[in-house]
Write a protein that binds this ligand. Sequence first.
Ligand code: SF4
Ligand code: SF4
Length: 237
Amino acid sequence: MAKGFFIDLTKCTACRGCQVACKQWKKLPGEKTQNWGSHQNPKDLSYITLKVVHFQEVVVDNKLDYIFFPEQCRHCVSAPCAMQAAKPGAIIQDEATGAVIYTEKTAELKFQDVADSCPYKIPRMDAKTKRISKCDMCLDRVQNNKLPACVLTCPTGAMNFGELEAMSAMAKKRLEEVKKTTPKAVLGDPDDVRVIYLFPVDPKLYHQNAVASLEAPLMTRKQLLAKAATPLRRLFS
Ligand code: SF4
Ligand code: SF4
């Protein structure tokens, strides 16, 4: 059964438990960071940081607010990164869950093509090995009936995981509740992704790539052409 996340940003307190749990489960090292004027740390995703909680100070309706965005791969329903990948087996979509998985063969892909194909600008490359990485939905845990590490750790109920249909229903129900007090609340691209965020205020206040649909379509003409050319490339690879 297809799986999905529902991330309710009204409940996120920026404790960063999810960010740390991801590192812990994946045995990923910490980043060398420096103070750049924000409590957010590190500043961005990287090859070894697959989930990062963004902090933003914003003014909404003349009131100062502090908003938080735990950023990760959205495991797109029809993943543009997987569709454009010219090397078979480099980016695969798990049939049972829909998780989009990057393998060691990503080292044979052109990083910029992969990065450009992602409407959320998620993939990151290791400078030494040229391998590309991102969240893999903790597929090893999910296949053993366990929650992704980030979801298990979240103390507030912001992170939820389960059947995609159930997560979608949960997101829609919660949106209706939140809209009663925060009428501008929206879901982020709910029909196109397996990681559905509920944004109480304008998604662009959280992060410039928080949603794809406002500016970039999930698949551009260039990507569609690349997809159409893929079988030909495979014949000659
Ligand atoms: S969010 Fe980006 S990296 Fe993740 S599946 Fe979609 S296109 Fe691929
Ligand atoms: S663990 Fe939950 S509350 Fe803490 S930062 Fe992550 S999503 Fe937010």
